[in-house]
Design a protein around this ligand. Structure first.
Ligand code: NDP
Length: 290
Protein backbone atom coordinates (compact mmCIF):
# COMPACT_ATOMS: atom_id res chain seq x y z
CA UNK A 1 0.00 0.00 0.00
CA UNK A 2 1.25 3.50 -0.89
CA UNK A 3 1.97 5.37 2.32
CA UNK A 4 3.57 8.65 1.42
CA UNK A 5 3.90 10.86 -1.64
CA UNK A 6 6.07 13.94 -2.06
CA UNK A 7 6.12 16.64 -4.69
CA UNK A 8 9.28 18.63 -5.44
CA UNK A 9 8.85 21.92 -7.35
CA UNK A 10 5.71 23.96 -6.81
CA UNK A 11 5.99 26.11 -9.94
CA UNK A 12 3.27 27.06 -12.42
CA UNK A 13 2.57 23.35 -13.01
CA UNK A 14 3.69 21.63 -9.82
CA UNK A 15 1.62 23.87 -7.54
CA UNK A 16 -1.62 22.55 -9.07
CA UNK A 17 -0.44 18.98 -9.69
CA UNK A 18 0.52 18.52 -6.05
CA UNK A 19 -2.83 19.89 -4.93
CA UNK A 20 -4.60 16.80 -6.39
CA UNK A 21 -2.50 14.20 -4.56
CA UNK A 22 -4.54 14.34 -1.36
CA UNK A 23 -7.16 12.37 -3.35
CA UNK A 24 -4.85 9.33 -3.33
CA UNK A 25 -2.85 9.58 -0.10
CA UNK A 26 -3.28 10.95 3.40
CA UNK A 27 0.43 11.79 3.55
CA UNK A 28 1.42 14.31 0.87
CA UNK A 29 4.69 16.17 1.43
CA UNK A 30 5.77 19.20 -0.60
CA UNK A 31 9.09 20.95 -1.04
CA UNK A 32 9.96 24.08 -2.99
CA UNK A 33 13.25 25.99 -3.35
CA UNK A 34 11.47 29.16 -2.20
CA UNK A 35 10.14 27.42 0.89
CA UNK A 36 7.47 30.05 1.55
CA UNK A 37 5.51 28.58 -1.39
CA UNK A 38 5.59 25.13 0.22
CA UNK A 39 4.19 26.59 3.43
CA UNK A 40 1.43 28.34 1.47
CA UNK A 41 0.64 25.04 -0.26
CA UNK A 42 0.33 23.36 3.13
CA UNK A 43 -2.08 26.04 4.33
CA UNK A 44 -4.24 26.02 1.22
CA UNK A 45 -4.32 22.31 0.32
CA UNK A 46 -3.52 20.50 3.56
CA UNK A 47 -0.26 19.04 2.28
CA UNK A 48 2.81 19.13 4.54
CA UNK A 49 5.82 21.34 3.79
CA UNK A 50 9.00 19.41 4.55
CA UNK A 51 12.75 19.67 3.97
CA UNK A 52 14.15 18.28 0.73
CA UNK A 53 15.89 15.56 2.73
CA UNK A 54 12.51 14.43 4.08
CA UNK A 55 10.76 14.79 0.70
CA UNK A 56 13.09 12.33 -1.03
CA UNK A 57 12.28 9.69 1.61
CA UNK A 58 8.64 9.26 0.47
CA UNK A 59 7.36 6.07 -1.21
CA UNK A 60 6.52 8.01 -4.37
CA UNK A 61 8.46 11.16 -5.25
CA UNK A 62 7.32 13.55 -7.98
CA UNK A 63 9.58 16.23 -9.40
CA UNK A 64 8.57 19.04 -11.76
CA UNK A 65 11.53 21.38 -12.25
CA UNK A 66 12.58 23.47 -15.26
CA UNK A 67 15.29 21.10 -16.53
CA UNK A 68 16.61 17.55 -16.20
CA UNK A 69 19.86 19.07 -14.97
CA UNK A 70 18.01 20.58 -11.99
CA UNK A 71 16.69 17.11 -11.08
CA UNK A 72 20.07 15.46 -11.57
CA UNK A 73 21.67 18.06 -9.29
CA UNK A 74 19.24 17.16 -6.48
CA UNK A 75 19.92 13.46 -6.96
CA UNK A 76 23.65 14.07 -6.62
CA UNK A 77 23.05 15.22 -3.05
CA UNK A 78 20.02 13.22 -1.87
CA UNK A 79 19.22 9.51 -2.25
CA UNK A 80 15.64 8.18 -2.27
CA UNK A 81 14.94 5.11 -0.17
CA UNK A 82 15.06 1.59 -1.58
CA UNK A 83 11.75 0.46 -3.12
CA UNK A 84 10.53 3.97 -3.89
CA UNK A 85 9.50 5.31 -7.32
CA UNK A 86 10.73 8.67 -8.61
CA UNK A 87 8.31 10.16 -11.15
CA UNK A 88 9.95 13.01 -13.01
CA UNK A 89 7.33 15.32 -14.56
CA UNK A 90 9.96 17.78 -15.78
CA UNK A 91 10.06 18.20 -19.57
CA UNK A 92 13.51 16.73 -19.76
CA UNK A 93 16.34 15.21 -21.75
CA UNK A 94 16.04 11.53 -22.83
CA UNK A 95 19.73 10.77 -22.21
CA UNK A 96 19.54 12.18 -18.67
CA UNK A 97 16.44 10.03 -18.00
CA UNK A 98 18.43 6.96 -19.05
CA UNK A 99 21.34 8.01 -16.82
CA UNK A 100 19.11 8.66 -13.78
CA UNK A 101 17.25 5.41 -14.40
CA UNK A 102 20.53 3.46 -14.30
CA UNK A 103 21.85 5.30 -11.27
CA UNK A 104 18.65 4.87 -9.24
CA UNK A 105 18.23 1.24 -10.28
CA UNK A 106 21.48 0.50 -8.42
CA UNK A 107 19.89 2.02 -5.31
CA UNK A 108 16.73 -0.13 -5.70
CA UNK A 109 14.68 2.85 -6.87
CA UNK A 110 12.60 3.05 -10.06
CA UNK A 111 12.82 6.23 -12.14
CA UNK A 112 10.03 7.11 -14.58
CA UNK A 113 10.20 10.02 -17.01
CA UNK A 114 6.63 11.36 -16.93
CA UNK A 115 6.35 14.79 -18.56
CA UNK A 116 2.95 16.42 -18.81
CA UNK A 117 0.97 18.45 -21.32
CA UNK A 118 -2.16 20.53 -20.92
CA UNK A 119 -0.91 23.90 -19.63
CA UNK A 120 -1.54 25.31 -16.18
CA UNK A 121 -5.28 25.09 -16.73
CA UNK A 122 -4.99 21.31 -17.24
CA UNK A 123 -2.86 21.06 -14.10
CA UNK A 124 -5.46 23.00 -12.13
CA UNK A 125 -8.34 20.87 -13.41
CA UNK A 126 -6.39 17.61 -13.03
CA UNK A 127 -6.80 16.75 -16.72
CA UNK A 128 -3.18 16.63 -17.87
CA UNK A 129 -1.87 14.28 -20.52
CA UNK A 130 0.93 12.31 -18.87
CA UNK A 131 3.37 10.38 -21.05
CA UNK A 132 5.47 7.84 -19.21
CA UNK A 133 8.75 6.08 -19.99
CA UNK A 134 10.71 3.54 -17.95
CA UNK A 135 10.12 0.22 -16.23
CA UNK A 136 6.59 -0.97 -17.05
CA UNK A 137 6.00 -2.70 -13.70
CA UNK A 138 6.90 0.51 -11.87
CA UNK A 139 4.60 2.38 -14.23
CA UNK A 140 1.67 0.09 -13.36
CA UNK A 141 2.31 0.74 -9.65
CA UNK A 142 2.50 4.49 -10.23
CA UNK A 143 -0.49 4.77 -12.57
CA UNK A 144 -3.22 5.14 -9.86
CA UNK A 145 -1.20 7.92 -8.21
CA UNK A 146 -0.55 9.77 -11.47
CA UNK A 147 -4.28 9.46 -12.16
CA UNK A 148 -4.87 12.12 -9.48
CA UNK A 149 -3.93 14.91 -11.93
CA UNK A 150 -4.31 13.17 -15.31
CA UNK A 151 -6.88 13.06 -18.08
CA UNK A 152 -4.80 10.67 -20.17
CA UNK A 153 -1.89 8.48 -19.06
CA UNK A 154 0.07 6.74 -21.82
CA UNK A 155 3.04 4.41 -21.41
CA UNK A 156 5.28 5.18 -24.39
CA UNK A 157 8.33 2.93 -23.90
CA UNK A 158 11.64 2.55 -22.11
CA UNK A 159 13.52 5.16 -20.17
CA UNK A 160 13.71 8.53 -21.97
CA UNK A 161 10.91 7.72 -24.44
CA UNK A 162 8.42 10.04 -22.75
CA UNK A 163 10.87 12.95 -22.65
CA UNK A 164 11.37 12.45 -26.39
CA UNK A 165 7.61 12.45 -27.06
CA UNK A 166 7.19 15.61 -24.99
CA UNK A 167 9.99 17.43 -26.85
CA UNK A 168 8.44 16.55 -30.20
CA UNK A 169 4.98 17.58 -29.00
CA UNK A 170 6.22 20.99 -27.94
CA UNK A 171 8.22 21.52 -31.11
CA UNK A 172 5.04 20.79 -33.06
CA UNK A 173 3.18 23.30 -30.90
CA UNK A 174 5.88 25.90 -31.63
CA UNK A 175 5.65 25.10 -35.34
CA UNK A 176 1.87 25.55 -35.30
CA UNK A 177 2.17 28.88 -33.50
CA UNK A 178 4.78 30.25 -35.87
CA UNK A 179 2.97 28.99 -38.98
CA UNK A 180 -0.36 30.42 -37.84
CA UNK A 181 1.27 33.78 -37.08
CA UNK A 182 2.75 33.80 -40.59
CA UNK A 183 -0.66 33.00 -42.09
CA UNK A 184 -2.39 35.72 -40.08
CA UNK A 185 0.31 38.23 -41.12
CA UNK A 186 -0.60 37.60 -44.76
CA UNK A 187 -4.30 38.02 -43.99
CA UNK A 188 -3.66 41.20 -42.01
CA UNK A 189 -1.78 42.67 -44.96
CA UNK A 190 -4.83 41.79 -47.09
CA UNK A 191 -7.06 43.78 -44.73
CA UNK A 192 -8.92 40.66 -43.54
CA UNK A 193 -10.59 40.75 -40.11
CA UNK A 194 -8.46 38.32 -38.13
CA UNK A 195 -11.21 37.29 -35.71
CA UNK A 196 -13.40 36.26 -38.65
CA UNK A 197 -10.44 34.49 -40.22
CA UNK A 198 -9.78 32.59 -36.98
CA UNK A 199 -13.41 31.55 -36.80
CA UNK A 200 -13.13 30.08 -40.32
CA UNK A 201 -9.82 28.35 -39.60
CA UNK A 202 -11.15 26.87 -36.37
CA UNK A 203 -13.97 25.30 -38.36
CA UNK A 204 -11.65 24.13 -41.13
CA UNK A 205 -8.73 21.80 -41.81
CA UNK A 206 -6.03 24.30 -40.78
CA UNK A 207 -7.06 24.37 -37.11
CA UNK A 208 -4.81 23.26 -34.26
CA UNK A 209 -4.64 23.48 -30.49
CA UNK A 210 -2.81 26.78 -30.97
CA UNK A 211 -5.54 28.19 -33.21
CA UNK A 212 -8.25 27.04 -30.81
CA UNK A 213 -6.68 27.87 -27.45
CA UNK A 214 -3.69 30.21 -27.84
CA UNK A 215 -3.90 32.65 -30.73
CA UNK A 216 -7.10 34.46 -29.81
CA UNK A 217 -6.71 34.02 -26.06
CA UNK A 218 -3.14 35.40 -25.83
CA UNK A 219 -2.06 37.11 -29.06
CA UNK A 220 -5.08 38.71 -30.74
CA UNK A 221 -6.27 40.07 -27.38
CA UNK A 222 -2.70 41.45 -26.85
CA UNK A 223 -2.53 40.00 -23.31
CA UNK A 224 0.33 37.49 -23.81
CA UNK A 225 -0.53 36.12 -20.37
CA UNK A 226 2.48 34.26 -18.99
CA UNK A 227 1.78 30.64 -18.05
CA UNK A 228 4.60 28.89 -19.93
CA UNK A 229 7.86 30.78 -20.16
CA UNK A 230 9.47 31.10 -23.58
CA UNK A 231 12.83 29.84 -22.28
CA UNK A 232 11.16 26.53 -21.31
CA UNK A 233 9.82 26.09 -24.84
CA UNK A 234 13.26 26.98 -26.27
CA UNK A 235 14.65 24.21 -24.04
CA UNK A 236 12.11 21.70 -25.40
CA UNK A 237 12.87 22.62 -29.02
CA UNK A 238 16.58 22.24 -28.19
CA UNK A 239 15.95 18.73 -26.83
CA UNK A 240 14.11 17.78 -30.04
CA UNK A 241 16.85 19.24 -32.24
CA UNK A 242 19.53 17.37 -30.30
CA UNK A 243 17.68 14.15 -31.13
CA UNK A 244 17.73 15.19 -34.80
CA UNK A 245 21.52 15.67 -34.66
CA UNK A 246 22.16 12.50 -32.62
CA UNK A 247 20.21 10.43 -35.14
CA UNK A 248 21.72 12.18 -38.15
CA UNK A 249 18.31 13.12 -39.57
CA UNK A 250 17.67 15.81 -42.18
CA UNK A 251 14.65 17.77 -40.87
CA UNK A 252 14.83 21.36 -42.16
CA UNK A 253 11.51 22.67 -40.79
CA UNK A 254 12.33 22.01 -37.13
CA UNK A 255 15.75 23.69 -37.50
CA UNK A 256 14.06 26.72 -38.97
CA UNK A 257 11.57 26.82 -36.11
CA UNK A 258 14.41 26.69 -33.59
CA UNK A 259 16.08 29.68 -35.25
CA UNK A 260 12.85 31.68 -35.01
CA UNK A 261 12.18 30.85 -31.36
CA UNK A 262 15.78 31.55 -30.31
CA UNK A 263 15.54 35.14 -31.48
CA UNK A 264 14.67 36.19 -27.92
CA UNK A 265 17.50 35.30 -25.59
CA UNK A 266 17.72 34.86 -21.82
CA UNK A 267 16.97 36.58 -19.50
CA UNK A 268 14.15 38.13 -21.58
CA UNK A 269 12.85 34.70 -22.61
CA UNK A 270 12.43 33.77 -18.94
CA UNK A 271 10.19 36.75 -18.35
CA UNK A 272 7.65 36.30 -21.16
CA UNK A 273 5.07 33.75 -22.24
CA UNK A 274 6.05 31.66 -25.27
CA UNK A 275 3.31 33.36 -27.30
CA UNK A 276 5.33 36.61 -27.14
CA UNK A 277 7.58 35.20 -29.90
CA UNK A 278 4.88 36.41 -32.31
CA UNK A 279 5.96 39.99 -31.56
CA UNK A 280 9.25 39.30 -33.37
CA UNK A 281 7.34 38.42 -36.53
CA UNK A 282 5.16 41.50 -36.06
CA UNK A 283 8.17 43.81 -35.67
CA UNK A 284 9.83 42.46 -38.80
CA UNK A 285 6.67 42.99 -40.82
CA UNK A 286 5.61 46.21 -39.09
CA UNK A 287 2.14 44.96 -38.29
CA UNK A 288 0.16 43.87 -35.26
CA UNK A 289 -2.00 40.75 -35.11
CA UNK A 290 -5.18 42.05 -33.55
P1 NDP B 1 8.14 27.37 -13.20
O1 NDP B 1 9.30 28.21 -13.64
O2 NDP B 1 6.84 28.01 -13.00
O3 NDP B 1 8.54 26.62 -11.84
C1 NDP B 1 9.78 26.02 -11.70
C2 NDP B 1 9.84 25.33 -10.35
O4 NDP B 1 11.12 24.74 -10.21
C3 NDP B 1 9.67 26.27 -9.18
O5 NDP B 1 9.09 25.55 -8.12
C4 NDP B 1 11.12 26.65 -8.86
O6 NDP B 1 11.31 27.03 -7.52
C5 NDP B 1 11.79 25.32 -9.10
N1 NDP B 1 13.21 25.47 -9.42
C6 NDP B 1 13.77 26.20 -10.41
N2 NDP B 1 15.10 26.02 -10.41
C7 NDP B 1 15.38 25.14 -9.42
C8 NDP B 1 16.57 24.56 -8.93
N3 NDP B 1 17.75 24.84 -9.50
N4 NDP B 1 16.50 23.71 -7.88
C9 NDP B 1 15.31 23.42 -7.31
N5 NDP B 1 14.12 23.94 -7.71
C10 NDP B 1 14.18 24.79 -8.77
O7 NDP B 1 8.09 26.18 -14.26
P2 NDP B 1 6.80 25.39 -14.78
O8 NDP B 1 6.04 24.86 -13.63
O9 NDP B 1 6.13 26.18 -15.83
O10 NDP B 1 7.55 24.18 -15.54
C11 NDP B 1 8.07 23.06 -14.83
C12 NDP B 1 8.34 21.97 -15.87
O11 NDP B 1 7.10 21.61 -16.49
C13 NDP B 1 9.28 22.43 -16.98
O12 NDP B 1 10.13 21.37 -17.36
C14 NDP B 1 8.32 22.83 -18.12
O13 NDP B 1 8.95 22.74 -19.38
C15 NDP B 1 7.20 21.82 -17.91
N6 NDP B 1 5.87 22.22 -18.40
C16 NDP B 1 5.36 23.49 -18.20
C17 NDP B 1 4.09 23.81 -18.65
C18 NDP B 1 3.48 25.18 -18.45
O14 NDP B 1 2.45 25.47 -19.09
N7 NDP B 1 4.03 26.04 -17.60
C19 NDP B 1 3.26 22.82 -19.37
C20 NDP B 1 3.86 21.51 -19.44
C21 NDP B 1 5.11 21.23 -19.00
P3 NDP B 1 11.14 28.56 -7.03
O15 NDP B 1 9.68 28.74 -6.74
O16 NDP B 1 11.99 28.65 -5.82
O17 NDP B 1 11.63 29.45 -8.15
Amino acid sequence: MIQSISFIGLGAMGWHMASHLKKVSGQVYVWNRNFEKAKQHEQIFGTKAVSLQQAVQADIIFSCLPTSQNVENLLEIYSPKQGSIWIDCTSGVPDIAKRLNQKLKHQGVDYLDAPVSGQTVGAERGTLTVMVGGNQTAFEKARPIIQAFAGLIEYVGGSGAAFAVKAINNTLMATHLWALAEGLSILKSQGVNLHSAMNCINHSSGKSNVSEHIMMQRVLNRKFEKTFALDLLQKDIGIALNLVTQNNLQLPAFSLIQQQFNQISKPDAQQVDFSAIVKILEQKNQLELC
